[in-house]
Ligand binder design. Structure first.
Ligand SMILES: Nc1ncnc2c1ncn2[C@@H]1O[C@H](COP(=O)(O)OP(=O)(O)O)[C@@H](O)[C@H]1O
Ligand SMILES: [Mg+2]
Length: 349
């Protein structure tokens, strides 16, 4: 509640908790003096002015509260002019609703719809392209077999053949992005998949990086295609390696997770249930929030041409979602990155 000059005449405990301020620091203080962000002062001035006019004028606007600690909260404000008994100077009553969580959820849904759209496009093209490619690859390899190495046509046919093989690899990635892979799921132990891939992963990262494998046991089984999970691991580990040019620590871990109704630790879009979590974390460069929104978009790369194709994480995203799982990422610039993949625990044994 604000008086005509903007001084706070009343506020409830809920607001104090949100702003992390003691009552003494809010009541009596001017609302425009450091409680709300300076960019929103004009909006509030207009609201206070309108409260002084006659008539029940209510305003609705979005603003922010910056708590003492932690990120700012997004608030939906509804304000109205109140005239208490016996007083002729009206006051401004402002009722705020913290919509930070709702906004985050909306952003998540928008992002996943965007990725779905791009994925569908990529998958659709890849599917038709793959059919044509089967003809090219089939004939090219047959021709190559039928042509002696001494034949001058051998080298160009070999070049066509190897370019066609490159296309097969690329369409494979696009099919994964479009969630149109022909998955061969099996009931598998994720720990066993990781252990089986350990040699490949170690050879990928080289000497300067320490690899820690931390597997929870016992762990529920999952119903996934182990070859695609290997692809996921290879992509995540390659990215982690690239983010640590000066060396560092790469951890691959598994754990058994139960997500209940109303769990706040995980995004609200995740269905409650039991999951196996696969985490790949590094102590590398990390990335900014801006990069974060584009991470899973096909062809997004911050690497030099020839170094990165930008298809790694979109492939991972496609495989994980086609397998009924979820992927999350946490990162701070210069503080490393952590990818968490949740795969639904299977009831099979
Ligand atoms: N572990 C990581 N640490 C820092 N940045 C990363 C990490 N993984 C991915 N990225 C960022 O995401 C971008 C996209 O990754 P990806 O889709 O695998 O494509 P590419 O590796 O070909 O660039 C990378 O270029 C990089 O900027
Ligand atoms: Mg990559």
């Amino acid at each position: 509640m604000l008086n005509r000059s903007g001084a706070v005449t009343f506020c409830n405990d809920c607001f104090l908790r949100l702003a992390q301020l003691p009552k003494e620091e809010v009541c009596g203080r001017n609302w425009l003096d450091g409680i709300i962000p300076s960019a929103e002062i004009d909006t509030w001035k207009a609201a206070i002015q309108s409260s002084q006019r006659d008539g029940p004028e209510s305003l609705h606007f979005e603003g922010h509260i910056i708590p003492r600690e932690g990120p700012s909260r997004i608030i939906q404000w509804d304000t109205i002019s109140l005239r208490s008994n016996g007083s002729d100077t009206p006051r401004l009553a402002a009722i705020g609703r913290d919509i930070t969580h709702q906004r985050a959820l909306e952003a998540e849904i928008r992002q996943s719809q965007k990725l779905d759209g791009i994925g569908r496009l990529a998958g659709g093209i890849a599917h038709d392209f793959n059919n044509l490619l089967t003809v090219i690859v089939g004939h090219a390899s047959q021709l190559l077999e039928d042509t002696a190495e001494s034949d001058p046509r051998h080298a160009p046919i070999a070049a066509v053949n190897s370019a066609a093989q490159g296309c097969v690899e690329l369409t494979g990635q696009l099919l994964a992005i479009g969630r149109k892979l022909r998955l061969r799921p099996n009931i598998v132990s994720l720990n066993e998949v990781i252990t089986a891939d350990e040699v490949i992963l170690r050879s990928l990262i080289g000497d300067g990086i320490e690899l820690i494998i931390d597997l929870a046991s016992p762990l529920p089984v999952v119903f996934v295609d182990p070859h695609q999970i290997q692809r996921v691991l290879v992509n995540l580990v390659t990215n982690a390696r690239d983010a640590m040019p000066l060396g560092g620590k790469l951890t691959i871990a598994t754990s058994d997770i139960v997500i209940g109704e109303g769990t706040t630790e995980y995004p609200a879009t995740i269905k409650p249930g039991r999951y196996v979590r696969l985490s790949v974390s590094d102590t590398g460069t990390g990335f900014t929030d801006e990069a974060r929104t584009n991470l899973f978009v096909p062809f997004f790369t911050t690497k030099r041409p020839g170094k990165g194709t930008g298809l790694g994480l979109s492939t991972v995203y496609g495989i994980v979602t086609q397998s009924g799982g979820y992927i999350m990422v946490k990162s701070e610039a210069n503080e490393g990155t952590r990818f968490d993949i949740l795969l639904p625990a299977s009831s099979g044994v």
